[in-house]
Ligand binder design. Structure first.
Ligand code: FES
Length: 116
């Protein structure tokens, strides 16, 4: 697990970009936290700048919706899913599992991550 941010850094109902070798978008809706690839699978717009609607994020560039739970798009223009990651929130800290089983491009655990 890699430490991404404190939960208080994520505005409720909005996204937070966490930088690193594979930037990820962190979302909080109520008590749930989700981590997805930050880059939209269509043309790479930052999903952390997108708009949340329940458990979906709308890409800010061409308005494709992605499930926060599965990363699947709801329809065009995006055709491919974005990766989602297993999340753990403990003592107010958000951790994500970026091990090979959930990510074909694993990030070394020693890699520093930060909030953008
Ligand atoms: S870049 Fe996201 S839908 Fe086009």
């Amino acid at each position: 697990m890699i430490r991404l941010c404190d939960i208080d850094e994520i505005p409720d109902g909005e996204g937070l970009r966490c930088t690193g070798p594979t930037p990820v978008a962190v979302f909080r809706t109520g008590d749930e936290v989700f981590v997805l690839d930050d880059a939209c699978s269509h043309q790479g717009a930052s999903l952390s700048d997108g708009y949340l609607e329940e458990c979906w994020v709308e890409c800010p560039l061409h308005e494709a919706f992605f499930s926060l739970r599965t990363g699947e798009p709801s329809g065009p223009p995006a055709k491919r899913p974005v990766r989602t990651y297993t999340v753990l929130v403990a003592d107010g800290v958000v951790w994500a599992d970026l091990e090979p089983a959930s990510n074909p491009d694993p990030v070394p655990a020693s890699q520093e991550w930060g909030v953008a």
